[in-house]
Design a protein around this ligand. Structure first.
Ligand code: HEC
Ligand code: HEC
Ligand code: HEC
Ligand code: HEC
Ligand code: HEC
Length: 230
């Protein structure tokens, strides 16, 4: 074989190689692409839903304990005037709200030694003539006007309709504060997924819509803005 022949042969094999059969992985990639896109779409969607509906709302709230834990159930058996022994209407019709020491010192002048919380209450507050800085779960922003008299005396509503069954509560609830607005979770609400939504007998949320929904049902209209915002 001459060198030219050899060159010729090499050129021929070279030419033979040029029209390569179509690359193996190519069609497979084409078939897989929609599936992969679909996978990442679904994974991304599920991820963001879990984050937005569950994780973010949990991160959004910081948890605080009351200065001392208070047992409603035990006290309901001891007081003579039910809820009004501590949460009463003053003579001018205004609502006393969370109790100050005057509702307690008849019984807690000296520590009875029944529990750490009671001891702490007497030594750190009663003895030093300080009020307990209770955190208020239901308290609304300053721009909202709410009257207990209008609802309890006027419309004859029971405390439990809005606050749940407090009388069976054996310890203070953990206070959850919205890190952005500073509002309590009781008025700011729960995750969109309604996870952690208050169960039956638990306090209802008191967002603007919650007030309006009941007003619509009870009176046939939601009420004008200035009714609740003064
Ligand atoms: C002996 C006094 C006393 C009596 C009686 C009493 N409370 Fe209270 N209440 C307190 C104290 C103290 C707090 C603040 C500590 C806490 O939140 O646990 C409080 C807090 C509350 C709160 C705000 C906290 C929340 O979880 O929303 C509501 C609402 C409430 N009480 C309703 C009631 C109702 C309804 C009754 C009757 C079934 C009642 N209380 C009877 C002392 C009392
Ligand atoms: C009618 C009397 C009476 C009044 C009024 C009263 N207490 Fe008590 N309290 C008691 C008695 C009795 C006990 C012990 C009950 C037990 O452990 O069996 C007690 C227990 C406690 C305890 C420890 C148990 C617990 O976790 O709650 C705390 C804290 C307390 N009281 C705080 C208060 C505060 C604050 C007020 C006012 C808002 C108040 N008490 C009003 C009689 C009273
Ligand atoms: C129509 C719903 C509704 C009813 C019924 C109702 N409340 Fe309230 N309660 C609220 C709202 C809303 C707030 C917050 C008010 C505010 O911040 O101005 C509140 C606040 C409170 C607070 C905390 C006050 C504070 O200073 O932060 C207590 C304690 C309380 N209510 C007890 C009661 C008791 C006891 C009854 C029954 C006699 C009752 N509530 C009936 C809706 C209601
Ligand atoms: C479960 C039912 C219910 C809920 C929840 C409720 N209300 Fe009401 N509200 C009533 C009823 C019933 C009346 C009395 C209507 C009437 O007399 O015409 C009323 C009356 C009022 C009035 C008029 C009082 C007056 O006489 O001037 C105001 C203001 C008001 N509500 C504010 C609120 C706000 C703010 C909230 C939420 C934080 C709220 N309400 C939640 C049932 C409700
Ligand atoms: C039935 C009572 C009620 C009526 C009527 C009402 N609001 Fe509200 N509004 C509330 C309550 C309670 C809040 C606080 C809880 C929340 O943000 O949902 C609030 C919160 C707001 C806020 C946010 C303020 C803040 O500090 O977060 C704005 C803005 C507002 N309302 C505007 C209006 C306007 C405008 C109208 C008339 C179309 C109106 N509201 C009618 C009860 C009411």
């Amino acid at each position: 074989m001459s060198t030219t022949d050899q060159h010729h042969a090499a050129a021929e094999t070279g030419q033979d190689k040029t029209p390569l059969p179509p690359a193996e992985p190519k069609p497979t990639a084409d078939e897989n692409t929609p599936w992969i896109i679909g996978f990442f779409f679904v994974a991304g969607l599920v991820g963001s839903l879990i984050f937005g509906w569950i994780i973010f709302p949990e991160l959004l709230y910081s948890k605080k304990q009351q200065p001392i834990s208070f047992n409603h159930a035990v006290h309901m058996d001891l007081v003579y005037d039910g809820c009004a022994s501590c949460h009463y209407f003053r003579d001018d019709g205004s609502f006393s709200g969370l109790p100050d020491n005057s509702s307690c010192i008849d019984c807690h002048q000296v520590a009875m030694g029944v529990s750490e919380d009671e001891e702490k209450y007497v030594t750190e507050y009663v003895d030093q003539n300080r009020e307990v800085p209770w955190l208020s779960h239901p308290r609304q922003p300053d721009c909202v006007f709410f009257s207990h008299a209008a609802h309890v005396k006027g419309a004859g509503m029971d405390c439990a309709e809005c606050h749940g069954d407090v009388s069976k509560r054996t310890e203070s609830r953990v206070y959850q504060e919205n890190r952005l607005s500073g509002y309590s979770r009781d008025i700011w609400g729960y995750s969109i997924s309604r996870l952690g939504k208050p169960a039956e007998g638990e306090p209802k949320t008191m967002k603007m819509n919650d007030c309006a929904r009941c007003h619509q049902a009870e009176t046939g209209h939601k009420g004008a803005c200035f009714q609740c915002h003064k």
